[in-house]
Write a protein that binds this ligand. Structure first.
Ligand code: GTP
Ligand code: MG
Length: 296
């Protein structure tokens, strides 16, 4: 724990929905720890990812995108992000999506990141989708003057090369500190949590409009032996129509969800997995305190 000259930092990944926070964490870790999809509001709770190299450990906290919404779930997501940046982080990495216009949501993020009281590294993301990255960066810095002196990088989080861009930029900001986790640990999230997220990812990828937001995945049992992981999960949706969509014609869609989620679980654990899924209708779960509690 107390290696001489060891350096470490807790780093919150913070920003608007869909800005690339989870993608950046996965790219730095070279592993899928937090699900990333094109759906804004994919991440619903803070999830830690751990990067360890010679003499260095970075503990990332990937947060839900800052937004306002009508459900208690939206409130909780916002609280998760705000609490991450205001609770003893060493660095806030504030992701700004260069492919979108700034607006109220960006202003809200900027205010919150600047108020964190810790050094902020701005990661201007999605340079590949922006015609004039330098112009956009300048527009940001002249709008949000509180960051005029903050270090920043421009990157495409989807590209493997952004790992080095990020690590080089953050390096001078990291102070001496303990090794918080063993060097082979990539996250402190349980496989139960990650498996639920992998299932939800497949639902997001294979359904549209209101369905992805209306889904809650509950792991009912997770049995682990050296050679196999056996998982039973309930997929909660809010209407009978959504249940039908997820099951699909002759059960085709739920089979597809199962197949690809199982593949993700096997790839992360390196162990064979079986997955049983069933769909339940639970109206109003997004405003149900008990559901929101078991999400944490
Ligand atoms: N073209 C391009 N796409 C990107 C880049 N970074 C992220 N994306 C895509 O943007 C989408 C959102 O990425 P996420 O990592 O899920 O974004 P997030 O900030 O975690 O989003 P929330 O969890 O909803 O707050 C995904 O489809 C990513 O593949 C990038 O640099 N270039
Ligand atoms: Mg995310």
């Amino acid at each position: 724990m107390n290696d001489n000259n060891f350096r470490s930092a807790f780093i919150a990944l913070f920003g608007r929905p869909n800005s690339g926070k989870s993608t950046l964490m996965n790219t730095v870790l070279r592993e899928q720890i937090s699900i990333a999809t094109s759906l804004p509001q994919t991440t619903r709770r803070n999830i830690r990812g751990i990067y360890t190299a010679d003499g260095l450990q970075l503990v990332f906290v990937d947060t839900p995108g800052m937004h306002k919404g009508k459900h208690a779930l939206n409130e909780l997501m916002r609280e998760q992000a705000v609490s991450a940046v205001s609770s003893g982080m060493d660095i806030v990495c504030y992701l700004v999506d260069l492919s979108r216009d700034f607006g109220d949501e960006e202003s809200d993020c900027a205010e919150c990141a600047a108020g964190a009281g810790v050094p902020v590294l701005i990661a201007f993301n999605k340079v590949d989708l922006c015609d004039d990255p330098d112009g956009k960066v300048n527009a940001f810095l002249s709008t949000y003057k509180q960051f005029e002196r903050s270090p920043y990088i421009k990157l495409s989080a989807t590209s493997a090369s952004s790992q080095k861009i990020f690590l080089d930029a953050v390096d001078p900001m990291i102070k001496e500190g303990p090794r918080y986790f063993d060097e082979d640990e990539l996250t402190d999230a349980s496989m139960r949590t990650i498996a639920a997220e992998f299932i939800r990812k497949q639902i997001i990828l294979n359904t549209r409009e209101e369905v992805p937001h209306a889904v809650f995945v509950e792991i009912e049992s997770y049995t682990e032996t050296a050679s196999k992981h056996e998982i039973v999960a309930g997929i909660h949706v809010e209407t009978i129509g959504q249940k039908g969509i997820i099951i699909g014609a002759k059960g085709a869609l739920i089979e597809k969800i199962k197949k690809f989620a199982r593949r993700d679980i096997e790839s992360l654990t390196g162990t064979r997995a079986t997955l049983k899924l069933h769909v339940k209708v639970t109206p109003g779960w997004r405003d149900n305190a008990n559901f929101l509690k078991i999400m944490q």
